[in-house]
Design a protein. Structure first.
Length: 362
């Protein structure tokens, strides 16, 4: 994962924690649940309000108390709204019923509605029920142990400008990209010059072949002229013509030789240009290399410099960046051209901390 993405995650976590810390989204112990909507909480917990319970128990003078559901069915003289308390509701726990419909006043023919039982009162204010009721409110979420652990890693004791950090990283990336583009461009030009040089060499070879052929033709013409002169005096005209042809061939051969020499010179110049461009490209491409080194198992006291030894020397003109668990360190000391760097933070460095050093080397 890149440092930029880590920084964005930290920024999102900080924003989320800030939102959770708003008074409107936090239940405070000192308020004794006064900041919770009572009606919504009772609805989520499925319990009655004080007024509702008082209405339900009104008319207690018409209440009955029996041991079992069988005993409830044996009651007589019941009327609507009478209360019946059953000690064992079939699960060895008590329950409270209200009569909703009667026919002849007997419990066996009446209809009952359970208004409360032992489980309801036992579970109504459990920690699970309170948690469920609280988190059912809009924009209200649990602050989990995992999130608490993440926040515990934020040991920053001073302001950290993540936007500046992001801008610095973007600037470094742009500089590296521009340098790489320049090197690639120089390499392309060097390749083109090499191609031109190769073409010139090929043309020179072709011109040399033409010159050699012309010289051969000239030699053949000379031979023909010599044969004609030796054969007969009346072939003088033919010999002179052959001599003229030979001279012309020699002239062409000389011209072709000159062309070949010129092409060879141009090829050598193009080869030199190609070599220079390639060397320049290599010099640019190898100007510097960006390195990221991570250090763990370190120990150090707060506000005391912690020394690090890098694998390479720090390049001229570059300032190394040190990150403590992903947070950029403000106080960094280093020597240009050497592989020594130290950092100072206002808290203890422990073996579980990760120290990242970003630097350039040539």
């Amino acid at each position: 994962m890149s440092e930029f993405i880590k920084q964005k995650q930290v920024e999102g976590l900080v924003s989320a924690l800030a939102a959770k810390a708003l008074d409107s989204a936090v239940v405070k112990k000192a308020n004794n649940l006064a900041d919770v909507n009572a009606a919504s909480a009772r609805g989520n917990l499925n319990v009655y309000s004080k007024a509702e319970v008082q209405n339900l128990v009104a008319g207690a003078e018409d209440a009955y108390s029996v041991a079992t559901l069988t005993a409830r069915g044996a009651l007589t003289g019941l009327k609507v709204s009478d209360r019946v308390f059953v000690s064992n509701d079939g699960d060895s726990k008590w329950a409270l019923y209200i009569v909703t419909t009667v026919t002849d006043g007997k419990g066996s023919t009446s209809e009952f509605t359970k208004v409360a039982d032992e489980d309801l009162f036992t579970n109504a204010l459990s920690k699970e029920a309170v948690k469920s009721a609280y988190e059912s409110n809009a924009d209200t979420n649990a602050f989990t142990d995992a999130e608490k652990t993440k926040v515990g890693h934020l040991s920053v004791s001073q302001a950290v400008d993540l936007d500046t950090m992001e801008s610095d990283l973007a600037g470094t990336k742009t500089t590296a990209t521009n340098a790489l583009n320049t090197a690639n461009s120089a390499t392309t030009k060097a390749n083109a010059a090499q191609t031109t040089a190769n073409t010139a060499v090929s043309d020179a070879a072709a011109a040399q072949s033409t010159a050699n052929k012309a010289a051969g033709d000239a030699a053949a013409a000379q031979s023909t002229a010599d044969t004609a002169v030796a054969g007969a005096s009346d072939a003088q005209a033919a010999a002179e013509a052959a001599q003229t042809t030979a001279n012309s061939g020699v002239t062409k051969a000389n011209a072709a030789q000159s062309t070949a020499n010129t092409a060879r010179s141009e090829a050598a110049a193009a080869q030199s240009t190609a070599n220079s461009a390639l060397n320049a490209a290599n010099a640019r491409e190898l100007a510097f290399t960006e390195i990221v080194e991570d250090f763990t198992t370190l120990s150090g006291e707060a506000t005391v410099p912690v020394a690090l030894t890098l694998a390479k020397n720090i390049a001229d003109g570059f300032t190394p960046s040190v990150f403590f668990n992903g947070i950029r360190v403000k106080t960094v000391s280093f020597t240009t051209g050497a592989n020594n760097v130290s950092y100072t933070v206002p808290y203890i460095t422990e073996p579980t901390d990760t120290i990242s050093v970003h630097y350039a080397t040539r």
